[in-house]
Design a protein around this ligand. Structure first.
Ligand SMILES: O=C(O)CCC(=O)C(=O)O
Ligand SMILES: [Fe+2]
Length: 516
């Protein structure tokens, strides 16, 4: 869960800093202990181990005799008491205090990271070779991952049944091990990588590779659990295969080729969508005042990113200082994001939305009212019946699967939301509160639109047709964050009270779609 938001990651970095400080102090304290022992030794040797002098003679001097007594009684006594200080125990206790004040990453978080890696590799076409070398196009390189770190990812992916990527990462662990550039501490137990790898290849329908790897396992440790039965199993499996099938199996490449770069949705995240010419020719930028005298001096800058449905990008919605304040306030309220449960009432945690979010009402901080007012100004909608501002923060790999913002699905019990609130969500304003270093676009898969976050700008669109039906063309997705930190604010505007600004049509303008 640590990966769910960048705010958590930043917090962890600070905690880790505190832990390092404790360790630095510990090293200093332990070094002082060592020096005290050294002093004790030196004091004796300096007095009694003088070159060429008989120690018995030395002690025959009354002062030296006194010094010997003092050394063994007072000095040793002091040293003993000092050495009894358990600096290590105290340091570990302090560290545990820090750990218990925050949720620290656990095994489960390795899973989150591993699954995030797969998502990023698929969406942004990154090979395991490049990924594990810390090389991601367009951003500063990270330190290369070690064999052990690749093993951790591969092992986790095998457990989660992502066998193609698991095999790719485990092969990388073995390759790095073979290159032999690593310290023993960084090395995996080769046998573990081999054994998980044979399992993944088996799951991928490649008993040939599985057999080869199992034989290596047996070579390293003839008593390795289940290795004998595995060798037998794969041998028999291949015996039963028709010649041509066996040939295809044998010719499968190792490491496996990660050809799965997803489909059209992933391509859109990479910005590869192409708008139809009849759409592009209608796109434009313009200044808008809505005949509002306040805006005459400084009209709203609007970019039309798509027509029918219209997708607008509104620039300069909020000031940097306002956005920073909103994030600061939100930070205290962030919760792992939930989504509306399909087919039942209520919300649930779901993989499809990996971020943390919070609804902020106006009493939370004066900045919220300011931002709400500004949103009313730039959209010309009444905010009286809008939902509270929802602020969300995505971590690395964080994303939000394709969805609609409206509820009006006749089959969905959550339609109840419509009555409780003031109608359905007529429009969405999605404000970007950070520039995202790489990835993290908002895409509209039905209409081939990709919007890359621009700090202070907002996407704006109508979710409903004029006759009130949900517009399925507004399907949209938050692409995985590849690098950086993504903060957004959602303002969902409800139907009630908007008659003046976007009157209902007396005609039916939605197509006949009931199934979505
Ligand atoms: O983060 C994004 O780009 C999309 C977010 C979104 O669609 C939502 O929160 O409803
Ligand atoms: Fe949305």
């Amino acid at each position: 869960e640590v990966f769910t938001s960048m705010a958590d990651v930043e917090n962890l970095v600070n905690k880790e800093r505190q832990i390092l400080d404790i360790f630095r102090l510990l090293i200093k304290a332990e070094q002082e202990k060592i020096s005290a022992i050294q002093n004790y030794i030196e004091e004796f040797t300096e007095t009694y181990d003088k070159q060429g002098v008989d120690p018995i003679k030395v002690v025959s001097h009354p002062v030296n005799a006194f010094l010997l007594v003092k050394h063994l009684s007072v000095d040793y006594g002091n040293l003993r008491e000092y050495l009894k200080n358990d600096f290590i125990g105290a340091a570990l206790e302090d560290i545990e205090k820090i750990r218990s004040s925050t949720r620290f990453p656990e095994e489960e978080d390795i899973k989150g990271a591993a699954e995030g890696f797969v998502r990023l590799q698929r969406t942004y076409k990154i090979s395991t070779e490049n990924f594990s070398s810390g090389l991601i196009p367009g951003i500063a390189p990270a330190r290369p991952m070690t064999s052990f770190e690749c093993h951790l990812i591969g092992h986790r992916l095998a457990l989660e049944k992502h066998h193609l990527h698991a095999a790719s990462w485990l092969e990388m662990a073995l390759k790095k091990l073979k290159e032999g550039k690593e310290t023993p501490k960084e090395q995996t137990k080769e046998i573990e990588s081999l054994d998980w790898l044979q399992y993944s290849y088996h799951q991928l329908g490649n008993p040939y590779a599985a057999l080869e790897l199992s034989r290596k396992v047996k070579e390293l440790d003839p008593n390795f659990p289940t290795v004998d039965s595995n060798v037998e199993f794969y041998t028999n499996m291949m015996k039963d295969m028709p010649e041509n099938v066996l040939e295809t199996v044998k010719s499968q490449p190792r490491p496996p080729v990660l050809t799965d770069h997803g489909g059209a949705y992933e391509a859109l995240c990479r910005g590869e969508g192409i708008l139809r010419p009849n759409v592009t020719k209608q796109l434009r930028c313009y200044y808008e005042t809505y005949n509002n005298p306040v805006l005459r001096a400084q009209p709203v800058k609007i970019e039309l990113a798509h027509v029918s449905p219209d997708i607008f990008v509104i620039h300069d919605v909020a000031l940097v200082s306002q956005m920073e304040r909103v994030k600061e306030v939100a930070m205290k309220h962030l919760q792992r994001a939930t989504v509306v449960k399909p087919g039942s009432v209520g919300t649930e945690f779901a993989k499809i939305r990996i971020s943390k979010s919070a609804f902020l009402d106006e009493p939370a901080d004066p900045v919220i009212a300011t931002v709400n007012k500004r949103i009313a100004q730039v959209t010309n909608f009444d905010m009286k019946h809008a939902e509270h501002l929802q602020v969300a923060n995505y971590g690395i790999g964080g994303h939000y699967n394709a969805h609609y913002d409206f509820f009006r699905n006749p089959n969905d019990p959550n339609t109840k939301q419509i009555e409780e609130h003031k109608g359905d969500r007529i429009a969405t304003l999605l404000m970007y509160m950070t520039d995202v270093e790489a990835g993290g676009a908002t895409t509209f898969p039905s209409i081939n639109v990709t919007l890359f976050p621009q700090k202070g700008s907002a996407a704006f669109w109508y979710n409903l047709y004029r006759d009130g039906k949900g517009d399925v063309r507004t399907l949209h997705e938050g692409c995985p964050v590849l690098a950086g930190n993504k903060w957004v604010s959602n303002k969902w505007i409800r139907e009630v009270g908007q008659h003046v600004f976007r009157p209902c049509a007396l005609f039916k303008d939605s197509p006949n779609i009931t199934d979505f």
